[in-house]
Design a protein around this ligand. Structure first.
Ligand SMILES: Nc1ncnc2c1ncn2[C@@H]1O[C@H](COP(=O)(O)OP(=O)(O)OP(=O)(O)O)[C@@H](O)[C@H]1O
Ligand SMILES: [Mg+2]
Length: 403
């Protein structure tokens, strides 16, 4: 069946989609080249179908999502890709959607920013129901990314994302709150995460930082906009791409992200976990997105001894080791170390609420490791000399998360 790829009310391209699988089978016409998803090239006057499929299928819930096998059983679907068209591909993070040709549907009637949405898919994804009859599939949960169980809800009129942790420590929601606290102290633009308990399970909750006048474009997409030349590091490539889009002050924003990730030992700042904000109407690039998704950090899956040892900490998106990634920071002058002097107390308070999930030994190990990393950062910042961006330390390949 034919669908028009839409960007709010702008018709971008005419496509033929297989409704069973969700795949784009053919690109039939291109109307507005500038509005194509970032990184999708035009070949012989038509959008590159393979690149469009990559972009489109990236919108589906990843196969690695916790609990997805059971959810698909209940929904009686083979893959999460089949959910995409059930909500016209609408999301709460950007403004793209697929309009059935000749349907007369308008963005204003159906977008999830201004209209309500069903809780059915969220209930299934969170394992709250086994009900499979009469489900209403119109939900932004069909297009939400990431491995952890999550759902969008409207609370007090605001669109919020609820996200759980993983066993055995369920630490990620607490980590999100701690990352918010560290970012707040260092005045790093960030999404504010709070804690919410539901049925004895901890969740992080944050407001949608996108509205009808903005959209999130991931670093992964931004880096698809130009081929990375041999000899250009991932870091340099990202900075170059942003500058090409006219985002001039990206360096300081990346500095802040690297510093925060160093302090909290973030292991998962992959290329879909940061990016830029764009105005979907004028296509003006507005700057770096606030920091979000910092929960896979603070030794979330490690034992207390391993947390204290500081070994085996993965690093992304630029270098394999935080010790090398921190060398990319161009200035540490903005860091107010005094603002971190009593951060241990705040972390202790946040983790004390975790009850059985984080015992005393684990909590103190996390605090000690953060203090150790702050001290190391202080020394590094005071002693630093200009560093080289060595390719040998780069991550092995450009990678977003695995789909
Ligand atoms: N507050 C928000 N406002 C708008 N979009 C958001 C918000 N938080 C997350 N998103 C979008 O939802 C996606 C999934 O969220 P998030 O990255 O927090 O989940 P995750 O399961 O922790 O991901 P990962 O697999 O990277 O660990 C993000 O990549 C981003 O596109
Ligand atoms: Mg993520």
């Amino acid at each position: 069946m034919n669908y028009c790829l839409m960007h709010k009310n702008v018709a971008v391209a005419l496509l033929e989609l297989d409704e069973e699988t969700g795949f784009i089978q053919k690109a039939k016409a291109l109307y507005e080249r500038e509005h194509l998803p970032c990184g999708v090239r035009v070949l012989n006057g038509l959008p590159d179908r393979a690149a469009l499929n990559d972009w489109w299928l990236e919108r589906s819930i990843p196969a690695s999502r916790s609990g997805i096998v059971r959810a698909l059983e209940i929904l009686d679907l083979k893959t999460t890709k089949m959910l995409l068209l059930r909500c016209f591909g609408l999301s709460l993070s950007d403004q793209y959607w697929m309009k059935p040709e000749n349907s007369g549907l308008e963005w204003g009637q159906i977008n999830f920013f201004e209209n309500g949405f069903s809780e059915d898919i969220g209930d299934v994804l969170l394992g709250k129901t086994d009900k499979s009859a009469d489900l209403d599939f119109s939900s932004p949960d069909n297009t939400s990314d990431g491995c952890l169980k999550k759902r969008w809800k409207i609370l007090d009129g605001k669109r919020v994302l609820l996200k759980s942790g993983s066993n055995p420590f369920q630490q990620q929601p607490f980590n999100e709150v701690i990352a918010s606290a560290v970012a707040e102290r260092l005045k790093i633009p960030h999404v504010e995460y709070k804690l919410l308990w539901d049925d004895g399970v901890p969740f992080s909750v944050c407001e949608d930082f996108i509205d009808t006048k903005t959209e999130l474009i991931s670093a992964w997409r931004i880096m698809q906009s130009v081929k990375r030349e041999n000899g250009v590091s991932v870091y340099r490539h990202y900075i170059n791409c942003c500058e090409r889009f006219g985002v001039k002050d990206i360096g300081p924003a990346v500095d802040k992200m690297i510093v925060l990730d160093y302090i909290i030992a973030n292991e998962d700042r992959h290329q879909n976990n940061f990016g830029l904000i764009r105005d979907p109407d004028s296509l003006t690039w507005l700057g770096a997105a606030p920091i979000f998704d910092s929960g896979t950090s603070l030794g979330y899956d490690k034992l207390a001894g391993q947390i204290l040892s500081g070994r085996d900490i993965e690093c992304k998106p630029f270098k394999k080791r935080h010790e090398d990634q921190i060398k990319l920071v161009t200035s540490f002058d903005w860091i107010d170390f005094d603002a971190l002097s009593d951060v241990d107390e705040e972390i202790r308070e946040i983790l004390s609420a975790a009850g059985k999930f984080v015992d005393d030994e684990r909590r103190e190990a996390i605090i000690e490791s953060v203090q150790g990393r702050i001290s190391a950062l202080k020394v590094f910042a005071s002693e630093r000399s200009p560093q080289r961006d060595e390719l040998i330390d780069d991550i092995p390949a450009d990678s977003a998360e695995e789909f």
